[in-house]
Design a protein around this ligand. Structure first.
Ligand code: NAP
Length: 378
């Protein structure tokens, strides 16, 4: 997901651009599955479209084929991801494409989870003409969260922090403070709306007691709210905390050192609980969340959480929202770890990839050094 650029603008083929846009409609709801869009074209005209909306629901190809009916015969399918050749919760898409008589398939990117040979080879050996997109990069960017979970066994981690001009995260330690304005709120709500899951540390629940829901500018709840997680090692916030008490979906992720009785009380109060081995630390936290079917998570981090994620090399994207005021010397710092420096020189570990001004607040997006900007074929 990008905030100020569109990775699909470089796509030459308008049908693939359309398939990409369709896939986007599933953002936030397809986990643990990928985003997929499909366009069926016959005699130069689009006869059907589809996208994968949620896990367990029909795949993009099945949706489009159902809309097309007999018009699918002899058509050209444009799909953002290689069609699956295996049965999961739904039957293999290659079987459906063959049964419908699709003659040609253009594919955005290969599916790394497809068994040897994959869907493209099955289709090709059945006589279907296969074309691959010239550049798979935009499709890989679109599905980077899913690819992260599949390849690394953890969700794509996007961290959002609001900071003052002098890099402070709050105005005073352990006191709720508002340090960005309307722009910060708007960008936070957009990030939440498009995330599969959002998380805060247990300390933030104690201090801020957030709801962590997605809301519209008028304060009403958005149509879709992401799954909510509270991350802890040893502490257990009170059951009366907003996130536990409001009756909406909430999962508490903690380590094996927390007494079973405390966890039972949470479960009895309607809170889902995941437990990871204490020694596994944040990697264990994230692995448990990935196993729970989450491709991407937005962490709204305080200093300890940000520092632990940074030191663990577990941040895939850092979104920094800055308002034009100083926090002052009494305000707690953003980062608690060691400087990224060699001798007297700062060694940047992250590079800026996007920036914008949103309703008076500055938003900068940072990625680990090894990567290139999302809009530039990352
Ligand atoms: N400006 C912003 O964007 C922003 C966002 C969030 C919070 N805040 C502010 O930040 C302050 C709280 O910051 P914080 O850093 O103390 O809280 P935090 O972000 O909530 O992170 C610390 C919490 O994370 C848990 N955690 C789980 N695994 C961890 C690990 N491996 N390492 C470290 N912590 C781990 C800790 O659990 P245990 O307690 O069990 O160790 C602790 O409760 C508050 O003042 C809040 O208002 C600001």
């Amino acid at each position: 997901m990008t905030l100020f650029s569109d990775p699909s603008v470089g796509l030459d083929d308008p049908m693939m651009q359309r398939a990409y846009a369709l896939a986007e409609q599933g953002r936030g709801t397809t986990s643990p599955n990928p985003l997929v869009g499909c366009v069926l074209v016959s005699e130069g005209r689009i006869v059907a479209e589809g996208f994968h909306a949620r896990a367990g629901g029909p795949h993009a190809e099945a949706v489009a084929l159902a809309v097309a009916g007999p018009r699918a015969s002899g058509s050209h399918a444009y799909v953002t991801l290689e069609p699956c050749a295996h049965s999961g919760r739904t039957p293999p898409c290659v079987d459906a494409l063959l049964a419908a008589g699709v003659a040609e398939v253009t594919i955005g990117m290969p599916d790394p989870t497809n068994e040897a040979g994959g869907g493209a080879r099955v289709l090709e050996s059945a006589g279907v003409r296969i074309h691959w997109a010239d550049d798979p990069a935009p499709f890989e960017v679109q599905n980077e969260a899913w690819l992260t979970r599949v390849r690394q066994g953890r969700p794509f981690v996007r961290v959002k922090v609001a900071v003052t001009l002098d890099g402070r995260l709050a105005l005073a330690a352990r006191r709720r403070s508002a340090i960005t304005g309307d722009g910060g709120r708007a960008i936070t709500m957009r990030l939440r709306r498009e995330a599969t899951a959002v998380a805060v540390g247990a300390a933030t629940v104690d201090v801020d007691d957030p709801r962590l829901t997605a809301r519209e500018p008028d304060g009403s709840d958005s149509a879709r709210t992401p799954r909510r997680f509270v991350l802890s090692r040893t502490s257990v916030p009170p059951l009366r905390s907003c996130m536990f008490a409001d009756g909406a979906d909430c999962t508490f992720v903690t380590s094996t050192v927390v007494p079973a009785r405390a966890l039972e009380e949470l479960r009895a109060g309607g809170v889902r609980v995941l437990v990871y081995p204490y020694t596994a630390s944040l990697r264990g936290t994230l692995a448990a969340i990935a196993e729970d079917g989450v491709n991407d998570i937005l962490v709204e981090a305080g200093p300890s959480m940000l520092s632990a994620l940074w030191d663990g090399g577990l941040i895939d994207e850092l979104v920094v929202v800055t308002a034009g005021g100083m926090g002052g010397n009494a305000a707690p710092p953003l980062f608690l770890g060691q400087a990224d420096a060699e001798g007297g020189t700062l060694v940047p570990r992250f590079v800026p990839v996007e920036a914008g001004i949103v309703q008076g607040d500055a938003v900068t997006v940072w990625r680990p050094q090894r990567e290139r900007a999302p809009g530039k074929g990352m």
